[in-house]
Design a protein around this ligand. Structure first.
Ligand code: IMP
Ligand code: MG
Length: 179
């Protein structure tokens, strides 16, 4: 595998920086329209959502709060193990709050189905989902994704927060691993 100047492999780019910026601006406009007066809690799913969350919230100019939750479903491979683990709960009180879950990618949907079940018990006023990328071809759990940046093909994607075995989160664009 070829190494670029910065010592990271050169994967084929799927979504370049320009497209990412445009999608983040579009999502921010949609979210602003729906949440401007709701003081929402944006709940990012770590680690994958950290870059997307950082770009997204800097496009939102109304009162909101940011929380993160850590969920695991992959044991270092490219396929969901199906069992989802949570490192710690949400420290913030969610009762009566409008919660917007911010995810890097939705694949089988197991991770978010698990999280939605957990959140429902906190009695929030509403829960919606915002995914930077969506891979609907492999969906198992039925989910309604309210805000989607990109629909991606059935490939393993990395960069812009997304990892393969904890690597490549720092790539500025979204690339894919060739089979
Ligand atoms: P799900 O539970 O199968 O929907 O998987 C969701 C989680 O798996 C995401 O939050 C990612 O962390 C990870 N994941 C799924 N597909 C990919 C991918 O193509 N690249 C990197 N991570 C992925
Ligand atoms: Mg994730």
């Amino acid at each position: 595998m070829a190494l670029a100047m910065n010592n990271t492999p050169e994967f084929p780019v799927l979504i370049d920086k320009k497209k990412i910026d445009a999608a983040v601006r579009r999502l921010a406009a949609e979210i602003s329209r729906d949440y401007r007066d709701k003081n929402p809690v944006l709940l990012g799913v770590l680690k994958g959502s950290f870059i997307f969350m950082a770009d997204l919230v800097r496009q939102l100019d109304f009162p909101l709060e940011i929380e993160f939750i850590r969920l695991f479903s992959y044991g270092g491979g490219t396929h969901s193990s199906g069992s989802v683990k949570m490192a710690r709960g949400v420290p913030l009180k969610l009762k009566g709050r409008h919660v917007l879950v911010v995810e890097d990618i939705i694949d089988t949907g197991f991770t978010l189905a698990h999280l939605l079940h957990y959140l429902k018990e906190k009695e929030p006023a509403s829960v919606k989902l915002c995914a930077f990328t969506d891979k609907p071809s492999r969906r198992v759990a039925v989910l309604n994704v309210d805000y989607v940046g990109f629909t991606v093909p059935d490939k393993f994607v990395v960069g812009y927060g997304l990892d393969y075995a904890e690597k490549y989160r720092n790539l500025p664009e979204v690339s894919y691993l060739e089979d």
